[in-house]
Design a protein around this ligand. Structure first.
Ligand code: NDP
Length: 257
């Protein structure tokens, strides 16, 4: 087996400075890809670079801003060449009962989780088409495959990501570019910690009780590890995964099937 199956590929990971995105960056780096890490906070991106043993470029960018996205991808391509792998991972999860979901929250969730993936894909795709090879992996969520109460805006955005994935996969099916979604269940990251604190604040439960409740929604009775999500992403990016496209793969211990 080739120890560096992604050698020569330039991979962009949005939100690559922490959590699931950082685990994906580490996995792709180990497979030999050159990396661009993209996020709003330069310090956390640069801290991550220190841990990676490959050529890494950093771009600060808010994925909801069309201008910033265009500039960031231009600079990334100038630094490391055309993008061959795009992982749309940047995301946020705010919860509120539907009656208290105001237009601002709705638009924030759609902007970062769905429009961000749209903008980054539009920026990366021309280079992939020109090269005749590409891998796009969208980090959706089990919330892209089923409903959960109190996160209607997030759920709608993540269902949108799955729809975008399926549609674009068909459009690009004959272009040697695959488009897939990875759908994690509850995963041990800062995003989850914030959700636990929120549940605790709103329900009077302790964060530990909230954690145990979320773990029980996974049939394996545990939370998912970022590295497990990253393994699925790596698999989809491998040259041998060319026939896998348009899929929304749950990494959730059997919560969705
Ligand atoms: P974290 O909060 O740990 O990380 C989110 C990342 O996204 C950060 O690197 C952050 O960087 C970046 N980000 C957030 N907003 C923006 C923005 N506007 N522009 C650019 N970058 C942004 O979350 P996770 O690692 O848990 O989540 C990663 C993805 O996985 C998300 O899409 C999330 O919805 C999804 N997911 C997570 C689950 C979980 O339980 N943790 C379950 C299912 C899906 P910075 O702040 O520097 O911008």
């Amino acid at each position: 087996m080739n120890p560096l199956p992604l050698a020569g590929k330039h991979a962009v990971v949005t939100g690559g400075g922490r959590g699931i995105g950082a685990a994906i960056a580490a996995e792709l780096a180990q497979a030999g890809a050159r990396l661009t890490l993209l996020g709003r906070n330069r310090a956390s991106l640069e801290a991550k670079v220190q841990q990676l043993d490959v050529l890494v470029h950093v771009e600060t960018c808010d994925v909801t801003s069309p201008d910033q996205v265009q500039q960031a991808f231009k600079a990334a391509e100038k630094a490391l060449g055309p993008v061959s792998i795009l992982v749309n991972n940047a995301g946020q999860a705010e919860s509120q009962p539907f009656a208290r979901t105001d237009l601002g929250l709705w638009q924030r969730m759609l902007a970062v989780n769905l429009t961000g993936a749209f903008l980054c894909t539009q920026a990366a795709l021309p280079g992939m088409l020109e090269a005749g090879w590409g891998r796009i992996v969208n980090i959706a969520s089990t919330a892209g495959l089923k409903g959960y109460p109190y996160v209607s805006a997030y759920c709608a955005a993540k269902h949108g990501v799955v729809g975008l994935t399926r549609s674009l996969a068909l459009e690009l099916a004959r272009k040697n570019i695959t488009v897939n979604a990875v759908c994690p269940g509850f995963t041990e990251t800062e995003l989850l910690e914030a959700s636990l604190a929120n549940i605790a604040r709103k329900t009077g439960r302790t964060p530990e009780e909230a954690r145990s409740e979320l773990a029980h929604s996974n049939p394996q009775g545990r939370l998912v590890e970022p590295a497990e999500v990253a393994q699925a992403v790596l698999w989809l990016c491998l040259p041998g995964s060319a026939a896998l496209t348009g899929q929304a793969i749950a990494v959730a211990g059997g919560e969705v099937m």
